[in-house]
Design a protein around this ligand. Sequence first.
Ligand SMILES: Cc1cc2nc3c(=O)[nH]c(=O)nc-3n(C[C@H](O)[C@H](O)[C@H](O)COP(=O)(O)OP(=O)(O)OC[C@H]3O[C@@H](n4cnc5c(N)ncnc54)[C@H](O)[C@@H]3O)c2cc1C
Length: 397
Amino acid sequence: MKSIQKPIVIVGAGFAGMTFALNLKKLNPSIPIIVVDSETNFIFKPLMYEVLSKEIRSWEATPKFANIFSDVGITFLRNCLTKISFKENILEFSDDLKLSYQYLVICTGSIPNSFLIKGVDENCYFFNDFHDLEELNSFLQKSQETASHNKLFIVGGGPSGIELACKIKDIFVDKFEINVVEKSNEILNKNKIFNREQAEKALEKRKIKVLLNSTVKEVSETKITISSEVGITSLDKDLVIWTAGVKPNLSYLETDEITKKFGRILVNKNLQVESYKNCFAIGDISVIEGMEDLPITAQVAMQEGNHLANNLQLLIQGKDPSPFEFQDNGEMISLGIGEASISGLGVTLSGKLAFEARRLIYAAKLPDITESLKSASSWIFQKKSIFKKFLKKDNSD
Ligand SMILES: Cc1cc2nc3c(=O)[nH]c(=O)nc-3n(C[C@H](O)[C@H](O)[C@H](O)COP(=O)(O)OP(=O)(O)OC[C@H]3O[C@@H](n4cnc5c(N)ncnc54)[C@H](O)[C@@H]3O)c2cc1C
């Protein structure tokens, strides 16, 4: 067994970083681990829609890092990474703190990508983190006081756009006339067919308009300009929510310092940065050589976190690490208040039962992430027996 002189430092305590830290601590309780995050709270992003609709309370989906980590003997620092000196193994933070590491795990997630389209950054709302959620919520609440049929455009027909559209329609009923703008010829084009069909039904039932083959060219204070088969049209808008894409959050990296692919850090199958073998990148910020098609999801981030914990323990023991393999455990999307769609592991389920199963499956995963959230959501467990079959299958990641 090699001895660890300096700590293992993890920057970013989202799905990837949190899973990695907690699993490694379980495997090796005496190992010194420091977790750094620029925020004070973890965000369970798949439940942000339920926070918006008040189906769950915000604190249930956002437990404090300090509580989670102090319970298991991991040091947590709130700080923002600004620079990595890979050759010297030193990290620099926004308050001038410097930290040296023996092993480094970076997992700083994604930020919205506006693709440099004119007016998007200035005139759109986003739905990527808790600050976005609060801003959007406050705008929506204020709109309650104005006339009905405010014109709302949601750009992006992926899961975020569709889930948001259904939820907002159910919360505010006729307050908003909702349009989803999608540049390809179908919504949810990277998702399971069953979920896509359920989503199409959910949108139709709610009279949400979908503009396919439509690309946003500009967003101003009052208008959204869309290019489609019929030409370029400028439409009045009250609100635009941008969910059309994300990019890796890598502001602390200097250009060409390490190899990237599609803007993400390229890692080998052991999740290692090839040029600096004591550095690892997992979650949304990285792409694995030969596995470029993996989706950018919490499911992948958690499996990578779990796998890397095992690999690092092997490395510390002087053994060879093993290559990462992804297990597709299916996907779940919420489709309005009290409804969802689930497809995977040979099971498809939609409607109210799927909604309860989705919450239960997340609750079953939460103990890996935090005990405090598990107890906060204890009401979900009351129905556990009904969904034993699902939990058994889904717990494998
Ligand atoms: C609304 C929404 C719904 C989603 N629903 C699903 C779903 O249903 N299923 C699914 O599988 N995936 C879903 N996703 C995607 C999923 O949330 C991400 O793929 C996942 O969070 C990626 O994990 P990560 O650890 O890479 O990044 P994150 O979970 O985003 O964590 C990154 C962490 O890094 C921290 N950080 C960033 N920069 C710095 C810095 N410079 N210094 C220090 N700390 C920093 C951040 O504060 C954050 O805590 C959803 C995403 C969104 C936005």
